[in-house]
Design a protein around this ligand. Structure first.
Ligand SMILES: NC(=O)c1ccc[n+]([C@@H]2O[C@H](COP(=O)([O-])OP(=O)(O)OC[C@H]3O[C@@H](n4cnc5c(N)ncnc54)[C@H](O)[C@@H]3O)[C@@H](O)[C@H]2O)c1
Length: 372
């Protein structure tokens, strides 16, 4: 579908301060990571741990919250042994479904950081449904397999297992709410919220209904939030990775279903690092998939420029890519309510700016008079 023209009256991209599409073939500057205070939930394993290892090398301060205390403590010991003594590297137990745990994590991060503030937050904690995908059982956490709800007992059967929603959605909402409060307290640094959705946020992952719901919800959170977070100077971005080998995948069988072509952890780290390091990226979504070969339009002749390279040898001079910009179109053309709401936000922000300016001017004049 062709993009609406840039002078479309319903275009809201500039109103929300969204940056242009990310060109993932371009290099980015990692020096901005030095001294950044980054809080990561679910950071003891998988993506979160890989981000922490990578960003620590560039001098970032890391506050990691997780329920896997052993893995978290081991990671922190490893990072401390290889980082500068000036770097804050901290692990704290945090069950993201517990509001008080998350509150304590944010408070610890802000109070222990050198600048008494947080520059970036990664909402990484996540789980999937586990159990036999076909046979209902009392221990299964698969949502679409109700079990013994009509049994003739006096006790009420338990409600459906909604732990995945609790971690992947309520937990992420708590993290986001706290980030919206804590990031603006940071007067001089970056203010970045990185959400982690999934390919299951874009397409249905049959058999993982609750997971799919939670990851679609994270996309909804991202789409709505990028329309308002700019008012607090916060940039919100999201990653939607395809299957990657981490302890998240419950059985090798599920990983096998993904086929031979999985996404690579190093590409997820690369995409997250681009979003974290490039402070000009605002309101963008990156998909991380198996590496694809960029094919000329002439070569395909149908307007599509990509195709999978699985099973093919690399050819000289060809360009491959695993990270792709997606979901950029929302604010290219919005409907009346959204446009008007954003227009009001812009006006209010402008007024607040003027009020602040007048207050500052009065302060300056008053101060001068007082001194004189
Ligand atoms: N691995 C994949 O294929 C894949 C693909 C797309 C998206 N994701 C998403 O990426 C994120 C990270 O997953 P991963 O692959 O690194 O898996 P992982 O299992 O290696 O890491 C997830 C971390 O979250 C922690 N966690 C679980 N419940 C928690 C809770 N209640 N409170 C705090 N921490 C909790 C776990 O202990 C673990 O350390 C998840 O949101 C996942 O849904 C993963």
């Amino acid at each position: 579908m062709a993009a609406p023209p840039r002078d479309d009256p319903w275009r809201a991209v500039d109103m929300i301060n969204q940056s242009p599409p990310v060109d993932c073939s371009k290099p980015y500057d990692t020096s901005t990571l030095a001294d950044k205070t980054i809080l990561i939930t679910g950071g003891a394993s998988g993506f979160g741990a890989a981000f922490a290892r990578h960003w620590a090398r560039y001098g970032a301060h890391l506050i990691i919250g997780d329920v896997n205390d052993r893995a978290g403590e081991e990671l922190v010991a490893e990072l401390r042994s290889s980082s500068s003594p000036n770097q804050l590297i901290l692990y704290q137990h945090c069950d993201v479904t517990s509001w008080s745990d998350q509150l304590a994590l944010f408070k610890a991060a802000a109070s222990l950081s050198k600048t008494k503030s947080i520059d970036a937050v990664v909402a990484g904690a996540g789980i999937v449904e586990r159990g036999d995908p076909v046979t209902p059982s009392a221990t299964s956490t698969v949502f679409d397999l109700p079990h013994a709800l009509d049994s003739d007992t006096t006790t009420t059967p338990p409600p459906p297992p909604l732990k995945v929603l609790a971690v992947n959605l309520t937990g992420v909402m708590y993290t986001t709410h706290l980030a919206l409060y804590y990031l603006p307290l940071n007067a001089h640094g970056d203010r970045h919220l990185l959400l982690i959705s999934s390919i299951a946020g874009l397409v249905p992952l049959a058999g993982q209904t609750e997971y799919t719901v939670s990851k679609h919800a994270v996309i909804g959170l991202f789409r709505a939030l990028r329309g308002t977070a700019w008012t607090k100077g916060i940039r919100v971005n999201v990653l939607t990775p395809y299957f990657v080998d981490t302890p998240l995948l419950p059985t090798p069988a599920l990983a096998l279903l993904a086929g031979g072509a999985k996404a690579e952890l190093e590409d997820v780290v690369d995409a997250a690092t681009r979003l974290m390091a490039d402070e000009g990226i605002r309101g963008r979504a990156l998909l991380v998939g198996p590496e694809m070969r960029v094919v000329d339009e002439e070569e395909r002749g149908d307007g599509r420029r990509l195709r999978m390279v699985e099973g093919e040898g690399r050819q000289d001079g060809e360009r491959r890519q695993a990270v792709w910009e997606i979901y950029g179109h929302d604010y290219e053309r919005v409907e009346t309510f959204v446009w008007r709401y954003l227009a009001v936000l812009n006006v209010m922000r402008g007024i607040r700016g003027w009020v602040g300016l007048v207050r500052d001017m009065l302060g300056i004049c008053f101060g001068k008079r007082k001194r004189g």
